[in-house]
Design a protein around this ligand. Sequence first.
Ligand code: XMP
Length: 319
Amino acid sequence: DWTMAAFKDEMIAKIRQQVGSAKVICGLSGGVDSAVAAVLLHEAIGDQLTCVFVDTGLMRMNEGREVVDLFRGTYNIPLVHIEAEDQFLGELAGVSDPEAKRKIIGRVFVEIFEREASRIEGAEFLAQGTLYPDVIESVSATGGPSVTIKSHHNVGGLPERMGLKLVEPLRELFKDEVRDLGRELGLPDAFVGRHPFPGPGLAIRIPGEITKQGADLLRKADKIYLDAIREEGLYDAIWQAFAVLLPVRTVGVMGDARTYDQVLALRAVTSTDGMTADTYAFSHDFLSRVSTKIINNCEGIGRVVYDITSKPPGTIEWE
Ligand code: XMP
């Protein structure tokens, strides 16, 4: 009989065989794949594993803290936590082109990760949460079985440059199986079932220039929206839901005064793989309640709109 428990033991044996007594570094992104890879490795090799978590400052409300609490607190896994918000926002200042933002974030991420990883003495392996679909994709993209690095930060070339060998314990798994394995390893359901979140994070949900103030405002509004979705019991029926802070100001009224504040767009889609998507059909009542709550609580946002564009022609993200 095939069970996830037996499969887990098999994978643990394989990791021990590959790694021996060497030290391993694993980058955490805050996402499910890297977290499952890290917890599995920890079960296999204990403190031979050190995790590195680079917090870009572009994650959602409390997300960085949750990752740290989970790994240091619950699992007691050695974790290097780098708070790099200032550096990321500094490098992004004045940049509004979406691809330029992605490149900057990828570059800064690699610089910081490489610096921190090189401080971990005696490391021989870099662990990655590469899944089977990523393996297939990299084969078809390059015409051969190259070890293209799957990472939402595009950490291409990093292991070679650092002289590290790769360990990819999730290489044979699909996303659903990774979730099952995560549960088998005791990761909380709420963590394992999380919506996908892009590596550049809030940077691509603030069209135009990014400021600390904008990121903080978006975090606050996004949390109100996602909390409402959870309270309504809709979270698991949705592939991804998030808010986008638009660089547009519009007129409103508040009491006797005229306001001139930003627009917030809400997005929620259903999908099976992110390649195509449909907008989620919330009730009008739900959307009005969320809109009122956001405007009452988020100073600087004066209007809320709901994005009803499917993919194609729209992408899921706005940038
Ligand atoms: P789009 O917007 O292209 O998104 O329909 C499809 C899926 O990919 C995610 N996405 C990204 N993920 N880095 C990532 O790691 C990125 O630059 C990026 N852009 C989009 C998006 O959230 C959706 O799940």
